[in-house]
Design a protein around this ligand. Structure first.
Ligand code: ADP
Length: 228
């Protein structure tokens, strides 16, 4: 299964942490600009799939190809460089740097890529505005609400213009009002920048923001296109 025009493709992915496989021959593909919700019960292998696709975890078997390049065959340094340059990440708990202001947190990936402070902070400020959290720019993550913190985390994940955004339960710790707002802002921003989004969630509501759903069960992924 290698659909033409796919940006990121995982084929026959296997990964075991013990006797039972977390992934048991999972296939996945995503196009540029596409938002795919990865659903399924807790423990079914969703996060493991995301980690394999993002090159964080090396599968025991199977291949991951990004823009035609085999991630599974790359050296660690090459894979890290690709991750830093092409991928963005949002996790359930923002994982912002507590000592930095929210603005500095968003500017950080740019600074690490060698962008000068003034320009990095100007671009970070634009992203805070886009996520409707300009007012928290000078605050530290410990001084903002969960919903504000996740918006800052989304801004940080997109500031470098990634081609793929990996989001693992990005609204899992938010109430439904804030969760829906963050999900809307995230998917809108990703669509505008043509970033593909791999969105792991167990909330059916969240899937409403996706173009397509993939259900993971017992380490296998099933495309729900045309089902139901
Ligand atoms: P989900 O994201 O759907 O909740 P996971 O991919 O996190 O599922 O986990 C799938 C299975 O793999 C579970 O049984 C989980 O306990 C196991 N697992 C995941 N990561 C690890 C790990 N780092 N060490 C040991 N077991 C793991």
């Amino acid at each position: 299964m290698t659909p033409a025009g796919s940006l990121l493709v995982g084929e026959a992915l296997r990964k075991a942490y013990g006797p039972t496989p977390a992934l048991d021959g999972a296939d996945f593909s995503i196009h540029p600009g596409e938002v795919v919700a990865v659903m399924g019960p807790s423990g079914s292998g969703k996060s493991t799939l995301l980690h394999c696709l993002a090159g964080i975890v090396r599968p025991d078997a199977g291949t991951v190809r990004y823009a035609g390049r085999d991630l599974t065959a790359m050296a660690d340094t090459e894979r890290s460089a690709l991750r830093r340059g092409e991928f963005g990440f949002v996790f359930q708990f923002g994982q912002l740097v507590p000592e930095l202001s929210c603005l500095e947190n968003v500017a950080l990936p740019l600074r690490l890529n060698g962008v000068r402070r003034r320009e990095a902070e100007a671009r970070a400020a634009e992203w805070l505005e886009r996520l409707e959290v300009t007012d928290v720019a000078a605050k530290r993550p410990g001084e903002v609400s969960g919903g504000q913190g996740q918006r800052v985390a989304v801004a940080r994940s997109l500031v470098t213009g990634p081609r793929v955004l990996f989001a693992d339960e990005p609204t899992g710790a938010l109430d439904s009002f804030n969760g829906e707002r963050v999900m809307l802002l995230l998917t809108e921003a990703a669509r505008e920048t043509r970033a593909a989004v791999v969105l792991v969630t167990h909330e059916a509501r969240v899937a409403a923001y996706s173009d397509r759903e993939v259900v993971v069960r017992d380490g296998k992924a099933r495309d729900m296109a045309g089902v139901g």
